[in-house]
Design a protein around this ligand. Structure first.
Ligand code: PLP
Length: 439
């Protein structure tokens, strides 16, 4: 056993005494890859450091927020300056308006924005708002899409639940689960059929702008636009969940990126998180002004938060969005292109069947011959090839997401040296994937 494993083992054992499963978010427990999670104590640029001081090139980026790289100096300075003026006021601040305006400039369909603290709160509130606005109860979501952990959204929710091989979650009353239809992704006929039968009772459709919680799985061309038009034909709303993709795959997100490439469509509501806070707890919902005005205090749909619009978090979000320039997005795109090609060629070299999954600069790999289109396809892959691949990379100092059902995240700080270190680690990892067995 190396010293690093020893320190992390001890910390994990201690954490398990105090915290359920030793973690505060299940995927961190390494459940699907096995082994001991690394306990991190520092992060800078493209690197994270564990409690033993071991350095890893990081492709998790805090699951997205660290788009400029970890501890980016202008973001850290903005946070320090804001903290010195007070940690939380529980009152309005000028920075809340500034962050809302930055979002509205980047995503033209967002006319009004409400700031909250987590993506879970954003989607939960967007759904309540869609129900309050339409006066209807039912909701459509798609298998393998994750929208946070509020009741009713955990059915076939991809990501953490897929990693843990759970069908959904205990503790969700069946009458609540029954308000949500879970349909197969990328199958527009299934959506038409649901609306044909229940159209006047459906408040809305919630969809990840591009699925990225079952690995990356982009919508078929025109799919999101078709969802918008079906919803609107029936007086329902389209909620585009850009918590993961927003401000990451382009200056706006997947909607702005895909409008450049396919038919334009108009979601009614968007949800954001991750990059919008640059590593601090910030998320938001926004969209049509007439819908958003249904939120309290102007409307009857209640939502509130002690720490909503927190001044330190606002400073991080503003500095992050200001730093996320066109040059940053060009760098992320190039880096994603290089890494996706290098991983693919290493796997190819070892004869490992795989597909490269892309949505802008987000990418992942599915261990299968045929490009998946839905959750069933993703679940049918040779997922058992991932743990040995993951651990070979980790041993070489590269921290990948600890689940095959997660996206890989690059940052502005992934320079040639970081990329080369990842590329150097690939041949051994591909060999490990090739020699894995299903048992
Ligand atoms: N929506 C999507 C698409 C997500 O990827 C996530 C988190 O990964 C959420 C919602 C929930 O966000 P949070 O973890 O901040 O509650």
């Amino acid at each position: 056993m190396t010293a690093t494993q020893h320190v992390n083992d001890e910390l994990f054992a201690k954490a398990k005494q105090a915290i359920p499963g030793g973690v505060n978010s299940p995927v961190r427990a390494y459940g699907s890859v096995g082994g001991t999670p690394r306990f991190l104590v520092r992060a800078e640029g493209a690197h994270v450091y564990d409690a033993d001081g071991t350095e890893y090139v990081d492709l998790v980026a805090s699951w997205g927020p660290a788009i400029l790289g970890h501890a980016e100096p202008t973001v850290v300075k903005a946070v320090q300056d804001a903290a010195a003026l007070g940690l939380s006021f529980g009152a309005s601040t000028p920075d809340e308006t500034e962050l809302a305006e930055l979002v509205e400039q980047r995503v033209s369909a967002v006319e009004k924005l409400r700031l909250v603290s987590t993506g879970t709160e954003a989607t939960m509130t967007a759904i309540r708002l869609a129900r309050g606005f339409t006066g209807r109860d039912l909701l459509i979501k798609f298998a393998g899409h994750y929208h946070g952990h509020s009741d009713g959204l955990l059915a076939a929710a991809g990501s953490g639940v897929a990693t843990m091989a759970l069908p959904g979650s205990a503790g969700v009353p069946s009458p609540i689960a029954a308000q949500t239809f879970v349909l197969p992704y990328n199958d527009i006929d299934a959506v038409r059929a649901a609306f044909a039968e229940h159209g006047d009772r459906i408040a809305g459709i919630i969809v990840e702008a591009a699925a990225a919680n079952m690995g990356v799985l982009a919508p078929k061309p025109g799919y999101n636009a078709a969802l918008a038009s079906i919803a609107h034909e029936h007086g329902a709303l389209l909620i585009l969940d850009e918590v993961l993709t927003g401000f990451r795959v382009s200056s706006g997100g997947y909607w702005t990126l895909s409008n450049e490439q396919g038919p334009a469509y108009q979601p009614d509501l968007f949800t954001f998180g991750k990059v919008i806070g640059g590593g601090m707890p910030v998320a938001a919902l926004g969209g049509r002004a007439d819908v958003m005005e249904h939120l309290a205090p102007t409307g009857p749909v209640y939502q509130a938060g002690t720490l909503s619009g927190n001044p330190v978090a606002m400073a991080a979000g503003i500095a992050t969005l200001q730093g996320a320039t066109p040059a940053v997005y060009a760098h992320l795109d190039r880096t994603a292109d290089v890494l996706a090609a290098e991983v693919s060629s290493a796997l190819e070299h070892e004869g490992v069947a795989h597909t490269v999954q892309r949505a802008g600069n987000l990418f992942s790999f599915a261990f299968t011959d045929e490009a998946p289109v839905d959750y069933a396809d993703v679940q049918a892959q040779d997922a058992w090839r991932y743990p040995p691949f993951f651990h070979a990379m980790l041993a070489a100092g590269v921290a990948l997401p600890p689940s095959v059902f997660e996206a890989w995240f690059v940052t502005a700080a992934h320079d040639d040296a970081a990329v080369n270190r990842i590329v150097d680690a690939l041949p051994a990892a591909a060999r490990a994937a090739a020699s894995a067995s299903a048992s």
